[in-house]
Design a binder for this molecule. Structure first.
Ligand code: RTP
Length: 132
């Protein structure tokens, strides 16, 4: 069965959205494999966002992701990466459709409340980074 990594970012955690977000994954048909609250170190955050190191917003992104607790999850289900990204919605909440998590709960790309792996390779890498 396919697995994906999903993280509620510090803004989503601080706003008390973890329960509602988990409910959406369960309603969709995903099965929860593992989950935990974590405070990321700078080093961990930089490793997670390694592919964005050259972007102008990289430092701001790392500052944000270490600014408070995150909630890390592994979800299992058919086409897990694709189905999770469909639930999550477009990266920029301005483009995210109503009914998606970002469409319903976020308004700004810099604080878009949730992350989901974008490929099977990323899912494997991120599950290792957060859960092993
Ligand atoms: P994520 O990794 O968080 O699921 O997001 P994504 O694949 O949809 O987008 P990605 O390109 O990997 O970007 C990672 C996160 O960087 C933030 N971002 N900020 N200030 C900006 O212009 C900007 N652009 C992207 C977003 O929070 C995005 O989720």
């Amino acid at each position: 069965m396919d697995r994906t990594f999903v993280m509620v970012k510090p803004d989503g955690y601080a706003r008390g959205l973890v329960g509602r977000i988990m409910a959406r994954f369960e309603e969709k048909g995903f099965r929860l494999v593992d989950a935990k609250v974590m405070q990321l170190s700078r080093e961990h955050a930089e490793q997670h966002y390694e592919h964005l190191r050259t972007k102008v917003f990289f430092d701001e992104l790392v500052d944000f992701i270490v600014s408070g607790p995150i909630f890390a999850m592994i979800w299992e289900g058919k086409d897990a990466v694709k189905n999770a990204r469909a639930l999550i919605g477009a990266t920029n909440p301005s483009d995210a459709l109503a009914g998606t998590i970002r469409g319903d709960f976020a308004i700004d790309v810099a604080s878009n409340i949730i992350h989901g792996s974008d490929s099977d390779d990323s899912a494997e890498r991120e599950i290792k980074l957060f859960f092993h």
